[in-house]
Design a protein around this ligand. Structure first.
Ligand SMILES: Cc1cc2nc3c(=O)[nH]c(=O)nc-3n(C[C@H](O)[C@H](O)[C@H](O)COP(=O)(O)OP(=O)(O)OC[C@H]3O[C@@H](n4cnc5c(N)ncnc54)[C@H](O)[C@@H]3O)c2cc1C
Length: 463
């Protein structure tokens, strides 16, 4: 889109980093020991939304964000760009934490959050290429079609109406996205395609305009009540917020909280108008299908297809390394899955491929909270649904830090503690077995055309 190509290593992390319209010059590191009211560790969406809303609510607060690399280095700059109402825990699970009304309140809050992200982007002049076209999920075999029907029937049991999620017949589904083998699908309007790196970088600037200090290349080596230690000095603060998601296991005493699992992404060259006539996605709807392995796609503002999915292995000891961002085998699988879905793409060039770590808690339920006795706050464990959920987390942490009792602070995910992951090598064995089983379950359904038995066993593990 005419953006300058960055020469900085951070500007080459992904298509999004490259086209963020940013030269990725790092901000100054922490200059030495300092004292603030709120210290936030991590400058992804979680940390930056929290800082932004706090500074907006109380401009007198001294807020510092400490970032090991640069703002938007992590998942927030690299994701699939689905700003959706998806929350990683199901409504029954949320109801189990509180009750049915609370579960539905969380769902409503997630739906509102999609619009809130778009609102702030517009209000702050962030050109994040937001397009609220909703999500189409195709059903491409009989087992997937049964799952699509069951999903909509279940939504109705929860009082969720046609404006929330609806079933699509074959013709209607194909009009939105002409995927091979389509039998039908589901559609929800609650998703906006976004350019994540533009959003996260714009948010960092918006937070700074409100007085937030962001220190880049400043790694926290320990988070403790009242202080954050870094190689550049110690930051003392009454409130310390951990916003490190997929990288949390690198912090002392946090090794078993969130398992970093990698999601990988490919992007095609810009496609011409004739190809788009055949594919669809006229309103930039985000898309997937009802397979078990998570896959996600979006049509970018410059007419590329960005397509990602899980499938990369979990690494022993919850390690995260830049080299784990790339796995040629997974990139090949993604390309095969994309061209299987859209055979018209055969021969289309892939120009970018990348990956990143997302955080998974043991019970697959994201959480946000503030321990008043220690002043330690946290949010994370979004299991790949964080583009919008981080915004809800930021507004909730604002209310918690300011001591406000609001609708947000009463949502069921607030103060929830997932149990710790198993020690290694059990964690490695369990997570990789579950990851493999999802691929196996899809193959089983393609062959038998019946809902997978393997998937049922895995549901117990991830539930
Ligand atoms: C490839 C991929 C695709 C995804 N697609 C989607 C999607 O389409 N939709 C969706 O909703 N979600 C998606 N997700 C998930 C979503 O991107 C994340 O849930 C969300 O960005 C998490 O934001 P965060 O700020 O909590 O974490 P991050 O963005 O990971 O930020 C954490 C930051 O903390 C910094 N940090 C770590 N340790 C330290 C330390 N010790 N000291 C200082 N700083 C530290 C890191 O450098 C990083 O910048 C995807 C994730 C990945 C990886």
């Amino acid at each position: 889109m005419g953006c300058p190509l960055s020469t900085s290593p951070w500007g080459r992390l992904s298509l999004w980093h490259e086209t963020a319209g940013d030269d990725w010059t790092p901000r100054a590191a922490l200059p030495g020991d300092t004292e603030v009211d709120v210290a936030i560790v991590g400058a992804g969406f979680t940390g930056l939304w929290t800082a932004y809303y706090l500074a907006e609510a109380d401009p007198s607060l001294r807020i510092a964000v400490l970032e090991a690399e640069v703002a938007g280095y992590g998942a927030s700059g690299r994701n699939g760009g689905w700003c959706s109402a998806l929350f990683p825990a199901s409504l029954p699970k949320l109801a189990g934490l509180a009750d049915r009304d609370a579960a539905l309140a969380q769902h409503r809050a997630m739906r509102d959050t999609v619009d809130e992200v778009a609102r702030v982007a517009a209000a702050e002049g962030i050109d994040a290429h937001v397009a609220k076209g909703g999500t189409v999920s195709l059903a491409r075999n009989r087992a997937q079609w049964r799952r699509a029907q069951a999903e909509v029937a279940d939504a109705r049991d929860w009082g969720r109406d046609e404006d929330d999620v609806r079933l699509l017949g074959r013709a209607e589904a194909r009009r939105i996205l002409d995927g091979s083998g389509t039998l039908g699908g589901t559609y929800t309007p609650d998703c906006a395609a976004v350019h994540p790196a533009r959003l996260v970088r714009g948010l960092a600037t918006a937070a700074e305009r409100r007085g937030v200090r962001i220190h880049e290349r400043t790694r926290a080596t320990a988070i403790e009540p009242g202080r954050v230690r870094t190689p550049h000095g110690t930051v003392r603060a009454e409130t310390v917020v951990r916003a490190t998601e997929g990288y949390t296991a690198t912090l002392p005493r946090h090794r078993r909280l969130l398992a970093p699992v990698y999601s990988l992404v490919i992007a095609t060259e810009p496609l011409d108008a004739e190809l788009w006539e055949r594919i669809g996605l006229a309103r930039r709807e985000t898309f997937t299908d009802h397979r078990h392995l998570i896959v996600y796609g979006q049509r970018t503002a410059d007419d590329r297809l960005v397509f990602g999915g899980r499938g990369a292995p979990y690494h022993l000891g919850s390690r995260t390394r830049p080299q784990f961002d790339r796995d040629e085998r997974v990139f090949m699988h993604l390309y095969a899955a994309l061209t299987d879905l859209l055979p018209v793409l055969a021969g289309t060039r892939v120009t970018h491929a990348w990956g990143g770590a997302l955080g998974i808690p043991r019970d697959w339920c994201a959480s946000v909270g503030l321990d008043r006795s220690t002043g330690l706050g946290w949010a994370g464990g979004y299991v790949g649904d964080g583009v919008s959920t981080t915004n809800l987390a930021g507004r909730t942490l604002r209310d918690l830090v300011l001591g406000r009792d609001t609708e947000l602070t009463r949502l069921p995910w607030v103060g929830h503690h997932s149990r710790r992951w198993e020690p290694e090598p059990l964690r490695w064995l369990g997570i990789n077995a579950a990851l493999r089983a999802t691929t196996l379950a899809d193959a089983e359904e393609r062959l038998t055309r019946r809902p997978s038995l393997v998937a049922r066993a895995v549901d117990r593990f991830v539930g």
